[in-house]
Design a protein around this ligand. Structure first.
Ligand code: UD1
Ligand code: CA
Length: 456
């Protein structure tokens, strides 16, 4: 059977109080709308249409890599009207359409599959995804007849006092047979409290024709919609818990899941241990048996196995096996650190390659440099890569020893096995096996203190 999905995302989202369109807000590192699109695709619904309106350009741009169809709703005249705007997407197809909302990112692939299955097996013309809530607030209510069959959906603003007591609510997510939906859409009117064309009225219209409507009940967590920043934080907490539990099932140790922030696409190998305060973002991959001591932010980076890192920031970089990082290291984009290396405290590395077994233990800046293996950087080394206008490259061979407080004025090359004396400002190439000393000689002025009368 042909299956497609429409995702409603044209609404304004006033209560977010934001310059960003509501569905472009991120939950665990991914835009809400993209969560919904990806979930549809993983449930094998390939044809996806998103109804855009407010902030259309931004929503389009933020979803373009997902190769979906768009329908435009110029004026937001209600959820029914939004689906009418997608008529072209539906027409000519027979089968099922799943209708979801761009502000409901928590829906799972499992539930989408179950809903479709229930709909098909039950031979329904429409199936509503419903939930039960003790305090159903402003959700639409599911009204059933004497026999317990779904009769209609009543919006909170149109509900009688008695109807408001109903705890069974409409998630705003459904599937429909395309044919019956298209016929019913033509019958919608806006005679209601909000003067809107309600998609929910399609249910009553189908029932009035004696057609079968189903209700599929799920836990409230899955259908929670995000309308405000408070609800955004709630959704984030629910998804964070799911993500952390998935990693723990895969063998990752997370000391305090409520204080561990892992984006949805991060991959982590087993027996990695994560202490509180870690923020793992984007497309980061952490391999097996790493230890992430407290408070790291790691973004779009790859950490090979056995790495130990603490209180550091790593962005768009790679770190090799069994290297240790931090505390307080800052590894900036396009850095590539080798195996068994050491990047210590207050070290900043920018767009540089650091070879295997090289140690940069403390208080050092390395930018735009290529460093070989087995090197040792003394405390306080600065690669002077910028003259105020342009950046220059520094090349350092293997087994080089950089003395404490060396300035390496780029562009400059230090060849294999060379040494620089502590306190040197190196401006010229240092040949192989050479010690470079570039500092003023020490002169002792004897008895100077006594002559000056400064002695105590
Ligand atoms: C809707 C349902 C309500 C349900 C609730 C669940 C209707 C009439 N009501 O109410 O029964 O309990 O969702 O969250 O459907 N949208 C458009 N164009 C529009 C209006 C809305 O694209 O003209 C989109 C919004 O961007 C949003 C979704 O539809 O993603 C839901 O709209 P919203 O206004 O939040 O509906 P509710 O009033 O919450
Ligand atoms: Ca809503």
């Amino acid at each position: 059977m042909y299956k497609c999905a429409i995702i409603l995302a044209a609404g304004e989202g006033k209560r977010m109080n934001s310059n960003t369109p509501k569905v472009m807000h991120k939950v665990c590192g991914k835009e809400m709308i993209n969560h919904v699109i990806d979930t549809m695709r993983s449930a094998d619904i390939d044809m996806v249409d998103v109804v855009i309106g407010r902030g259309a350009a931004e929503v389009k741009k933020g979803t373009e890599d997902r190769k979906i169809n768009y329908s435009v709703q110029e004026d937001q005249l209600g959820t029914g009207h939004a689906v009418m705007c997608a008529k072209e997407f539906l027409s000519g197809n027979e089968g099922i359409v799943a209708i979801f909302v761009g502000d409901g990112p928590l829906i799972s692939e499992h539930t989408v599959r179950e809903l479709l299955d229930y709909h098909e097996k039950g031979n329904y013309k429409a199936t509503i995804l419903t939930s039960r809530m003790n305090d159903p607030a402003k959700y639409g209510r599911i009204i059933r007849d004497e026999t317990g069959e779904v009769k209609k959906i009543v919006e909170f603003k149109d509900a009688t006092t008695e109807e408001k007591l109903v705890e069974e609510i409409n998630s705003g997510m459904y599937c429909f047979n395309i044919k019956e939906l298209l016929i019913s859409l033509d019958k919608l009117d806006n005679n209601n409290a909000q003067k809107e064309y309600y998609l929910t009225d399609v249910i009553g219209i189908l029932k009035d024709q004696g057609l079968k409507v189903g209700a599929f009940d799920v836990l409230a967590d899955e259908i929670t919609a995000v309308n405000s920043k408070v609800e955004l934080a709630n959704a984030e907490a629910i998804m964070r818990k799911r993500i952390n539990e998935k990693h723990m099932e895969n063998g990752v140790t997370i000391m305090d899941p409520s204080n561990t922030y892992i984006d949805c696409d991060v991959i982590i190998g087993k027996d990695t241990i994560i202490y509180p305060g870690n923020v793992l973002q984007g497309t980061t991959i952490i391999k097996e048996e790493c230890v992430l001591y407290p408070n790291n932010r790691i973004t779009d980076s790859v950490l090979e196995s056995g790495i130990v890192i603490q209180s550091s920031v790593v962005i768009e970089s790679k770190i090799g096996e069994k290297t240790t990082v931090g505390p307080y290291a800052y590894i900036r984009p396009e850095s590539n650190i080798g195996k068994h290396a050491r990047i210590g405290d207050f070290v900043e590395i920018k767009k540089s390659t650091i070879g295997d077994n090289t140690k940069v233990s403390h208080l050092t800046y390395i930018g735009d440099a290529e460093v070989g293996s087995g090197c040792n950087f003394g405390c306080g080394t600065v690669v002077v890569n910028y003259d105020g206008k342009a950046k220059y490259k520094t090349t350092i061979g293997n087994n080089v020893f950089i003395g404490c407080n060396t300035n390496l004025v780029s562009p400059v090359t230090i060849n294999d096995n060379a040494y620089t004396a502590a306190g040197s400002t190196i401006t010229n190439e240092v040949p192989k096996n050479t010690l470079a000393i570039a500092r003023a000689r020490q002169k002792n002025v004897e008895n100077w203190v006594v002559k000056k009368g400064l002695n105590k």
